[in-house]
Design a protein around this ligand. Structure first.
Ligand code: ADP
Length: 525
């Protein structure tokens, strides 16, 4: 039942953690491209708005020029002429100004030029105005609605020269077409450049290029190679020119891929964290389940272990009480059994109590020199009947030259009893136990050897853990125990500053060697 919980827990963790993590990753990864595109678009728009502000500024300048010239021409006063002359001189980017009076059909009635308009330009202007008659008509329509629209025209023959055309109706209701011819590149370099520098700051490189030959007209950076086509906008007023912008440092694509890379790392990090969390939860649950299993096994194992001596005690005591045992020899035998089984019961209970003390760190040891030979003989004496009953042959030759050891006699006896108990429990057909005590330099080695079922190499590393029991194999499964014996033995040995060692091979038997130092350096608890 408990075992069945493992795969269920694994499945649960898989459903709660692994599936959502995978889904999250897949969704995030697939939306990453879309996000990149969206971010790219937003960023592009932001950069375009920077260029928009350059265009807006140029538009403001042009509108101001147009308004000034328009106001002079509108008020038909005597010094009009000198005002317009001064106007062209004060704005050196203006090549010239033509004020052309027209009739209702746009036929030229008179024209007045200011500035330095070469014949070639004048001729081209005539051609342009003739060609754009329709649009010029509209300028007068707009003007009647109080909106002075400006028409931007481009000279094809004369390079770098652009013209702004607008309509004026003066106080005497005379109609004029006004054309302001300017040098586009002077306009960019002299009027726009301070503004571009202010807008670009340290963050951007902004440049103006001639669209036909890709010539850089202006750049706020000395390194003109930086003016590439990252973000491009056409000049509203000068259609032959374009404005280019690029962030300083990283390119837009670099910024986006950097973000994408960071996002990928973040997704990866979150995944790893979730998986670690999942693994930890799984391990924790597994441990809890194992503990629950150990607890339930322990209770059932101990109950079984206690039941056998209790049953024997109660059976023999009952027979004696009912007077069913008549012969003195048999009576004596019953007393012996009751005595030994009670001892055995006390041993089991002691083991549990000692383990509890060890587990709580409260077990203390009382060291004093004692004869190990004597202790062994006493224990074997107690076991004698039990061993004989179960058909065991046991060998112990007291070693006369064995030195006294400094230790806790009761605890060492308890360790030896546990080892002999195990040797009995885990012996099959070959029922022989050998006990040996030898001096080994500064140590006395106490050895218990059996010819029982043995322990596999893998299990040898685990048997000293608390509650650990080998459950594979018929006998190991049948033999009852609490899984505490060897854990207690190891604690006793290490508390004495000694070592425990096991040699065993399955089917051949086991040999447990406890090495105790002859002299304790200081008392330990
Ligand atoms: P238990 O109460 O189960 O005997 P122990 O801590 O004394 O607990 O022993 C742990 C496990 O080690 C046992 O369940 C048994 O499988 C194995 N073991 C201990 N001693 C021997 C031995 N002499 N021969 C074979 N297996 C042994």
């Amino acid at each position: 039942m408990v075992k069945k919980l493992f795969p269920k827990t694994g499945l649960l963790i898989f459903i709660i953690i692994v599936i959502p993590t995978t889904l999250f990753t897949v969704i995030e990864l697939s939306s990453l491209n879309q996000q990149e595109k969206t971010i790219g678009d937003i960023y592009q728009k932001q950069l375009k708005s920077v260029l928009f502000s350059v265009n807006m500024y140029a538009d403001d300048v042009v509108n101001l020029w147009v308004a000034k010239a328009g106001n002079i021409i509108e008020s038909d006063v005597a010094d009009n002429d000198s005002l317009l002359k001064a106007y062209t001189i004060n704005n050196p980017q203006i090549i010239g100004l033509q004020v052309r009076q027209i009739d209702a059909k746009q036929v030229k009635l008179s024209s007045q030029e200011y500035g330095h308009l070469p014949d070639k330009v004048l001729h081209e202007l005539d051609v342009l105005l003739e060609k754009n008659k329709h649009d010029i008509d509209k300028l007068f329509v707009y003007l009647k609605s109080n909106y002075r629209k400006v028409l931007f025209l481009d000279f094809k023959e004369t390079e770098q020269t652009n013209v702004f055309v607008f309509a004026v109706i003066n106080d005497d209701n005379k109609k004029f077409i006004v054309a302001i011819t300017i040098n586009a590149e002077d306009f960019v370099n002299e009027i726009l450049s301070p503004r571009i520098q202010a807008i670009a700051g340290e963050e951007f490189v902004i440049g103006v290029k001639h669209r036909l030959d890709d010539r850089i007209v202006y750049s706020n950076s000395v390194d003109t190679t930086l003016v590439d086509n990252e973000v491009v906008e056409y000049f509203w007023q000068f259609p032959d020119y374009s404005i280019h912008l690029k962030p300083v440092g990283y390119t837009l694509q670099e910024v986006i891929s950097m973000r994408a890379r960071n996002n990928l790392w973040m997704i990866f990090g979150v995944d790893v964290l979730l998986l670690i969390a999942g693994f930890m939860v799984y391990r924790n649950i597994k441990k809890q389940i194992e503990l629950a299993k150990i607890k339930s096994d322990f209770v059932s194992n101990v109950s079984h272990e206690i039941r056998t001596p209790l049953a024997l005690i109660s059976m023999y005591a009952e027979s004696l009480q009912m007077g069913r045992v008549k012969e003195e020899v048999k009576k004596q035998k019953s007393y012996d059994i009751i005595y030994r089984e009670a001892n055995r019961l006390a041993g089991i209970v002691n083991n549990i109590l000692n383990f509890s003390k060890i587990d709580n760190g409260k077990r203390s040891y009382h060291f004093s020199p004692f004869e190990l030979n004597y202790t062994i003989v006493k224990i074997l004496d107690n076991f004698h009947f039990h061993l004989q009953q179960n058909g065991f042959e046991f060998v112990y030759q007291p070693n006369e030259s064995l030195p006294r050891i400094d230790g806790d006699q009761e605890a060492i006896s308890e360790a030896l009893i546990n080892l002999i108990d195990n040797a009995i429990k885990y012996s099959d057909a070959n029922k022989r136990i050998e006990i040996k005590a030898t001096r080994n330099e500064g140590f006395v080695d106490l050895e218990v050897k059996d010819y029982g079922i043995g322990i596999s190499e893998k299990e040898q590393k685990l048997i000293f853990q608390k509650f650990y029991r080998v459950t594979e194999g018929n006998l190991a499964h049948k033999a009852k125990g609490s899984g505490l014996g060897l854990n207690i033995v190891r604690h006793v040995v290490t508390a004495h500053g000694g070592r425990i060692h096991v040699e065993s091979s399955p089917g051949k038997g086991s040999r447990f060697i406890l090495s105790f130092p002859i002299h304790q350096k200081k008392s330990k608890s």
